[in-house]
Design a protein around this ligand. Sequence first.
Ligand code: GTP
Length: 442
Amino acid sequence: TLKGVILVGGPSVGTRFRPLSMDCPKPLFPIAGRPMIYHHVAALAKVPGMKEILVIGFFENSVFDRFLTEVQMEFPEVPIRYLREYQALGTAGGIFHFRDQIVRGAEQFFVLNADIASSFPLQGMIQTHAKHGGVATLLVQRVDKSVASKFGCVVAEPETHEVLHFVQKPETFLSDMISCGIYLFNKDIFDAMRTAVQKRQARLETQGGDGDDLHKGAEVIVLEKDVLAKLASTKKLYAHVCTPGRDFWMQIKTGSSVIPANRLYLQHFLHVAPRKLSNAPRPAGDLGATTTTAVSPGSPPAPIKPIDPTTAHVIQPAYIHPTAVLHPTAKLGPNVSIGPRVLLGPGVRVRDAIILDSVEVKNDACILNSVVGWDCKIGAWTRIEGAPGESTALNATLKGYKIPSATILGKDVTVADEIAIRNCIVLPHKDIKTSQHNEILM
Ligand code: GTP
């Protein structure tokens, strides 16, 4: 039997995710129409023998109430609970703190970082884990050498996949194989965690702490640095390598990264779970471009009225919430997620974008490579646009900020008619009346 742990952090992390995290806890930000960690829960719940899923973090308990109720209804056979750390305990501290609850009735458990998008090849990891008989299996992926050192780097023995070195964000190049933040552990991992806690306690004692504070401080342990790095080369840590072309994985750190994450999930659903793309039923085999409403040229724009989203011109993959109202002449997709109560006017074009709840987009506006936050209002003939690639602007900075590689509008932003917003991050509640490029609008 197995359990699943999802590490969600707390309100003090996720700062690079601003302004989107200002109005929604990062783990619940909607990607492909579902909260970020819904995808984790769905993957874990599918694993045969999954006994329980534990979401661990230091957010207030109430933050996850609604999510847990909803997701529990969808996966009634696997209990899902939130466990709150009394303070930020680090990526292993919370797991160690709640160890009794994790191991009760389970031999092994998965740990998934919340801030990733992945195809979650959990079955493959289970097989690898059974084969080597070690204490831990970590999912790894090859990345471009130029970015590898931003991650936990892994050197594995080519035949056995035993992890020989694990270094979190090494200063110099070590390997192009990185840890994906998806692990499968045996209970014995707690021995390594206990050792880490004891070492930290000893270190704190020599620095002169005492009592409760000392105890609390000692419980803060980092999975990558204090546990996994120490297990390398002991024949206890093994790697399971993502299958190129079949598995996908990426980190979700900045606001802009939700756009490629949205694209990956939507394209994945197109192949494995087309029903997740839209709640409206769709005839089998009808997954390409769909135009079902003819509008005669030159006719006056039809009034906006609730219509079946499948009647607008939708290029799959796209997720459209059933309460969204799309004018029949709007064209959207591919790689678009449209939230509840969104209103898209005549001639609107949306591609590679996430449009959140209750956004209104007036006629002939165009939204590309962008995230439009809750309750925004976009004027007629206006362009909201981001750079198509994530990497081009990776190192470019402006007034000390990284130039955004997408446009991100925070909650309740109003954009006037006939202007262009390109590669901008806009904080909530702004009223934008002139065109803007490469700016952070506070
Ligand atoms: P950064 O680049 O600094 O973000 O490092 P990283 O990619 O290694 O991420 P980090 O280790 O900070 O977080 C990995 C995952 O663990 C994320 O999903 C976080 O939300 C989560 N996390 C981080 N710190 C804590 C913590 O103290 N407690 C819990 N429960 N989760 C945490």
